[in-house]
Design a protein around this ligand. Structure first.
Ligand SMILES: Nc1ncnc2c1ncn2[C@@H]1O[C@H](COP(=O)(O)OP(=O)(O)OP(=O)(O)O)[C@@H](O)[C@H]1O
Ligand SMILES: [Mg+2]
Length: 310
C-alpha cells in the first residue's frame, strides 16, 4: 500500500502530500533526504517525496508539489541535454514501469523516474558562476574557494570572471566538506577528473544561457555523476531548485543577497528564526510552506513554459 500522509486544503484545492513511499512488495534501496529509492536489480526507481532538507536536517514540514517539480524539472533538463551529456534515465513514463510499481501509478506519476543503477562518485560536483552561500563565506574568510584563489574585491552575488569548479565530498551522514580538484584527481585519476570538470562546466554554461533567456540567473549548481567506462553519466537530479541557485535577472544587484527562486528561501527563513541550528528544526509556518511551494512551481513554469501539474 502506498502511504499518502494526508491531504491539505491548499488554496481551495486538495493536494496530496507525500512524506514517504511504502511499497511492501518492492525492495527498498535507500531513503535519501528527499528521495525514496527502490531496487529493481539493474535499475532503480527514484521517487521524489515532498520532503525538504536544509542544513543537513530533513525538515518536519512537507512542501506541496515539491516532489513533482524536482522530478519533472530534472527530466526536462536531462532530456534537453541528452545528446551531448548521457544521463541515467530509462523512463519517467509510469505506464512503462514493471510490477509492482505499475499498481501505484497515481502515486508515482510525475514524481518518479526509472534509472540505471550506477555508482555515483563520492563527490558533489559543484559549479559556481556567481559568488554566494558557502563560497562567499569561504572567500570572506581567506580569499579562496575550494583551494582556488579568487580575485580580491569581489562583492556578494557578483559574477566570477570564469565559473569555478568547486567539488565537495559527499558524506553519507552529516556535512559535505569542500575539497579540491587535486583531491578529485587523487581519487579518480587525472583523465576522469578532467572529464568531470569539463562536463560540469560546459553543462553549466549551456543551462545558464538557456535560463538567461527566461530571465533567470543560474548562479550555481550541483551535480552527481557516475562513470560508464570512461564516459561520465549524470545521475540523481540536475538544475532543480534543491540543487541550484536561481535568481531573477530583473532586480539582480551585486553587493547583497538576491531574491531566490529555490531552497534558499527556506534557509533564509530558518536563519532569521530563533532556531539554534544544533537541534532538528521546528515545523515551518504555513505561510512559509505555501510560499516555498509557490516558488518551486513558479521556477518550473518559468524555465519549462509548462505547469508542473500538481
Ligand atoms: N542512477 C543512480 N544510481 C545509483 N544511485 C543513485 C542514482 N541516482 C541517484 N542516486 C542516489 O540516490 C539517492 C537519492 O536520494 P536523495 O537525493 O534524497 O539523497 P540526498 O539527500 O541528496 O543524499 P543522501 O544520499 O546523502 O541522503 C542519493 O544517494 C543519490 O546518490
Ligand atoms: Mg540528492
Amino acid at each position: 500500500m502506498a502511504d499518502v500522509d494526508r491531504k491539505v486544503v491548499f488554496d481551495y484545492l486538495f493536494l496530496m502530500l507525500v512524506s514517504k513511499i511504502e511499497i511492501p512488495e518492492a525492495k527498498l534501496f535507500r531513503r535519501g533526504k528527499v528521495r525514496d529509492v527502490f531496487d529493481l536489480g539493474e535499475n532503480l526507481l527514484l521517487v521524489s517525496t515532498d520532503r525538504l532538507s536544509a542544513f543537513d536536517y530533513v525538515l518536519p514540514s512537507l512542501i506541496p508539489c515539491k516532489g513533482t517539480v524536482l522530478n519533472s524539472l530534472a527530466l526536462f533538463w536531462f532530456n534537453r541535454f541528452s545528446r551531448e551529456f548521457p544521463n541515467h534515465v530509462v523512463t519517467g513514463d509510469v505506464d512503462l514501469y514493471p510490477a509492482p510499481f505499475r499498481d501505484h501509478k497515481d502515486l508515482l506519476r510525475g514524481r518518479s523516474v526509472l534509472v540505471r543503477k550506477l555508482k555515483p562518485l563520492p563527490f558533489e560536483i559543484i559549479v559556481r558562476g556567481y559568488i554566494s552561500g558557502s563560497g562567499w563565506n569561504s572567500y570572506r574568510e581567506n580569499g579562496t574557494i575550494s583551494g582556488i584563489s579568487v580575485p580580491p574585491g569581489m562583492t556578494e552575488s557578483e559574477a566570477f570572471p570564469q565559473p569555478l569548479f568547486t567539488p565537495t565530498t559527499k558524506a553519507d551522514e552529516g556535512h559535505d566538506e569542500p575539497t579540491t580538484y587535486e583531491a578529485l584527481v587523487e581519487a579518480i585519476g587525472a583523465k576522469r577528473a578532467s572529464r568531470i570538470r569539463e562536463t560540469a562546466l560546459e553543462l553549466y554554461r549551456q543551462a545558464r544561457v538557456y535560463a538567461e533567456g527566461k530571465g533567470i540567473i543560474l548562479a550555481d549548481t550541483k551535480f552527481e555523476m557516475a562513470f560508464d567506462g570512461d564516459e561520465p553519466i549524470l545521475v540523481d537530479e540536475i538544475f532543480t531548485p534543491d540543487s541550484s541557485r536561481f535568481w531573477k535577472r530583473d532586480g539582480y544587484k551585486a553587493g547583497r543577497g538576491q531574491e531566490s527562486l529555490d531552497k534558499q528561501y527556506v534557509r533564509n527563513y530558518l536563519l532569521s528564526s530563533s532556531w539554534d541550528r544544533k537541534s532538528p528544526p521546528p515545523p515551518l509556518p504555513d505561510s512559509v510552506v505555501k510560499e516555498t511551494s509557490r516558488i518551486y512551481q513558479s521556477i518550473f513554469q518559468t524555465l519549462t513554459g509548462s505547469d508542473p501539474g500538481c
